[in-house]
Design a protein around this ligand. Structure first.
Ligand code: SF4
Ligand code: SF4
Length: 370
């Protein structure tokens, strides 16, 4: 099987700008086939943690809303609460952050709502019968939506290697319980030789699982309290926190993909995926900062197949020359696997292999430039 991935480059003119290009992408992926009149259509986004500036700009969501309205669908813009302490861990702070980042009615022409409720426990069970989960807990308003448009900022990520459509669908559409079960086998350890006792990981840990040993002055993780969110791994400025990558990463990726399968189960024919390969930062928009991009902006890609879409985006980033002065260091030659340079222990491919195996999509694609 081969999927079609449509790509708009970022050249622009008076006649054809980013807005007309996004509208054309939606036409080409057949949005009209999936949106019936009055269809409650979830536009799944990531509103960005406070301090981050690399999330998808709200104004670029507007053409998606307009296209859904033109088909007489009812659009709403949505995301789920986070596991970790931050500015999006409950619906109130999440909506405040979204508003501050420009995700509001005057810009979007659609309401914003948090799909898993006030505290992240508003979910519905979806039977999947897969290797790790017999059922998954999907955010209620994603489950309840008639159709789904998943808009993802494509960038690096410390656990799956990159974050794209599968990550946005799998982790991003899960309620709190679902996020926890995906992270359950991520149990980090502190390397005492590297730890300088700066306490940054203590402040960031959502579970209060890290303390400082009074005698040694080093951080200690209580595995009974740890929920495996993985945040401390990236937060530590000394790279003192690590996990057993070989055992952990493939299982984490498979669980994430099973959730992705569940998130669009029942509306697979009414699910559409758009990846923005722009401001490709090394890490997730969940952090309150975004390091400089690792490649120049590449384009906007869309498909009905999230697996082919992520594969195509990864291939384009790898093929591009790396950005001098970025987190890639000296390894900027075109063709180098930039995700492996950023996260040497993480193989990003298992998520795509497993997603193909369970029938979520295929890795083989034809890239059609529009
Ligand atoms: S110890 Fe690390 S992985 Fe565990 S809950 Fe705290 S921040 Fe998350
Ligand atoms: S952030 Fe790193 S260096 Fe600082 S206390 Fe935690 S483990 Fe130690």
């Amino acid at each position: 099987m081969t999927a079609t991935v449509y790509m708009a480059d970022l050249r622009s003119s008076f006649k054809d700008n980013l807005f007309t290009k996004i509208a054309r992408l939606l036409e080409r992926v057949g949005l009209a086939d999936g949106i019936q009149p009055k269809a409650l259509t979830a536009i799944k986004l990531h509103f960005g943690e406070e301090g981050n500036a690399s999330f998808i700009r709200p104004i670029l969501v507007r053409p998606v809303v307009d296209a859904i309205h033109a088909l007489q669908g009812k659009a709403f813009v949505t995301d789920t609460n986070t596991l970790y302490v931050g500015t999006r861990s409950d619906a109130v702070s999440h909506l405040e952050t979204a508003t501050r980042h420009g995700f509001n009615f005057p810009v979007l022409n659609a309401p914003v709502l948090i799909a898993d409720g006030l505290r992240g426990n508003s979910t519905r069970s979806v039977k999947v019968g897969l290797r790790h989960f017999s059922e998954v807990k999907i955010a209620a308003e994603i489950y309840n939506a008639d159709a789904l448009v998943v808009m993802s900022h494509f960038k690096g990520h410390e656990l799956p290697g990159f974050g794209g459509a599968l990550k946005n669908l799998g982790m991003g559409c899960a309620g709190r319980e679902g996020k926890l079960s995906q992270h359950a086998n991520v149990s980090p350890k502190v390397a005492n030789k590297r730890c300088v006792g700066c306490r940054q990981c203590l402040a960031w840990c959502p579970a209060g699982a890290i303390s400082l040993n009074e005698e040694s002055g080093k951080a200690v993780i209580d595995n009974d309290l740890c929920v495996g969110c993985g945040e401390c791994i990236v937060i530590c400025p000394q790279n003192a926190i690590n996990i057993r990558w070989n055992e952990t990463i493939p299982v984490f990726q498979e669980k994430m993909v099973e959730y992705a399968y569940g998130a669009c189960h029942g509306k697979r024919e009414r699910s559409f995926f758009i990846n923005f390969v722009m401001q490709v930062s090394p890490a997730c928009d969940c952090y309150g900062h975004n390091d400089m991009p690792i490649v120049a902006d590449i384009g906007i890609l869309a498909s009905r197949d999230p697996v082919a879409l992520d594969q195509a985006c990864a291939d384009l980033v790898i093929a591009a020359p790396g950005m001098p002065g970025s987190a890639l260091g000296a390894e900027i030659a075109p063709g180098g696997d930039k995700f492996r340079v950023l996260y040497p222990e993480v193989d990003w491919q298992p998520q795509l292999v497993y997603a193909e195996e369970i029938g979520l999509g295929c890795r083989s694609y034809v890239l059609e430039k529009i």
